[in-house]
Ligand binder design. Structure first.
Ligand SMILES: Cc1ncc(COP(=O)(O)O)c(C=O)c1O
Length: 382
């Protein structure tokens, strides 16, 4: 099966008893046993396993080219479970310097309390990863593209360094999705998703996932998924499975809209710079071509002007909604310096290029003419 077929048919045959075409919502906490300790279909309690969640896990695994998938209540629930599955007190992780803010916060403020320490490095240069490895390092954790400056890391080069040092390599594939990028095929051991974003795709479910093709790692993750309990509610799992069915068609439209908008913005006289991996002006455009099927639906743009100009820009928009998060069918925009990245110090934002005039767009699947007209009007008002 190819990608779109997997999304619709992997582990999703019509139900035997009723013929139901769509996977039922097994809204139950517990499962009856005829003989104590003998499970009818392998299920005893829904934190440990639930048939609806299991279908989602199987589809996610297959779409990422993995053998084992695990669903979580959020992307950060997946991340917490990942760290607790593989790291002990005294261990060290090498992480991208512009990892998602919540990932950074949990490493910086929570895991340091358990003596699990991190080095944050610029992953656009794989040698920085090599230089940050210490005898305590157990894991290399990267995001690509990153948020909000859409930097790309060379997955094959970095996972090769991790392998040389016998480290577990993990890629947060939230921005790209398995439709556009498959880190396991590029050497990664584990893929993480905030399924809240493109995978569910409708801005109505918070969720997360881990996928691996390594049976030993899968055993550790499965044990900790059950032991730590950050599992998704059954209905959330079902909604995510429903959203996932249309991932390929949504992504095609996100990408074609984003490409058109990136080109429009790049030619606009009120725009200082456009950051989009699909543009030749992107510093790692060649890496995008090498490891991504297409450059995704996220664009960051520096408008000409200051905070006041930005404040004149966004209220004029009709279709781009000012809100955090991304990857839904509707277009969103956010201003990282005062929204998603407000918790960083000014120095931290300066280092990452998160300037006051930086705007992040999550390009939706609306009609492209309406989106361009919307941006054009707001830029004129600015
Ligand atoms: C790249 C990335 N990874 C992980 C997360 C965390 O996911 P969640 O919000 O589902 O906990 C996010 C959330 O914005 C994200 O953007």
């Amino acid at each position: 099966m190819k990608f779109s077929t997997i999304a619709l048919h992997e582990a999703q045959e019509p139900e035997k008893g009723t013929g139901a075409v769509i996977t039922p919502i097994y809204q139950t906490t517990t499962f009856a046993q005829d003989v104590p300790g003998e499970l009818k279909a392998g299920y005893d309690y829904s934190r440990s396993g639930n048939p609806t969640r299991e279908v989602l896990e199987k589809v996610l695994a297959k779409l990422e080219g993995g053998t084992h998938g695990f669903a979580f209540a959020s992307g950060l629930g997946a991340f917490t479970t990942l760290v607790m599955s593989f790291l002990d007190s005294g261990d060290h992780i090498v992480v991208g310097d512009d990892a998602y803010g919540g990932t950074f916060r949990s490493l910086d403020k929570v895991f340091t309390r358990y003596n699990i320490n991190s080095s944050f490095v610029d992953m656009t240069n794989p040698e920085e990863v090599r230089n940050a490895i210490t005898p305590q390092t157990k894991m290399v954790y990267l995001e690509t593209p990153t948020n909000p400056t859409l930097k790309l890391a060379d997955i094959a080069a970095i996972t090769a360094i991790a392998k040389e040092h016998k480290l577990i390599s993990v890629v947060d594939n939230t921005f790209a999705t398995p439709y556009l990028q498959n880190p396991l095929s590029l050497g990664a051991d584990i893929v993480l998703h905030s399924t809240t974003k493109y995978i569910n795709g409708h801005s109505d479910v918070v969720g997360g996932a881990l996928v691996t093709n390594n049976a030993k790692y899968a055993e550790a993750i499965g044990f900790h998924q059950n032991s730590l309990g950050a599992t998704p509610d059954v209905f959330a799992a079902w909604l995510t499975l429903r959203g996932l069915k249309t991932l390929s068609v949504r992504m095609d439209k996100h990408v074609s809209n984003a490409m058109a908008i990136a080109k429009f913005l790049e030619a606009h006289d009120k725009v200082e710079a456009v950051i989009y991996p699909g543009l030749e002006s992107h510093p790692q455009h060649d890496i995008a071509n090498k490891q991504m099927k297409a450059p995704g639906g996220m664009i960051s743009v520096r408008v000409k002007g200051d905070k006041a100009a930005v404040n004149r820009f966004f209220p004029e928009l009709k279709y781009f909604i000012l809100a955090e998060s991304l990857g839904g069918v509707e277009s969103l925009l956010e201003i990282p310096s005062i929204m998603t990245h407000a918790a960083l110090t000014q120095e931290g934002r300066d280092k990452l290029g998160i300037t006051d005039n930086l705007i992040r767009l999550s390009v939706g699947i609306e009609d492209i003419d309406d989106l361009i007209e919307d941006l054009d009007r707001a830029l004129a008002a600015m």
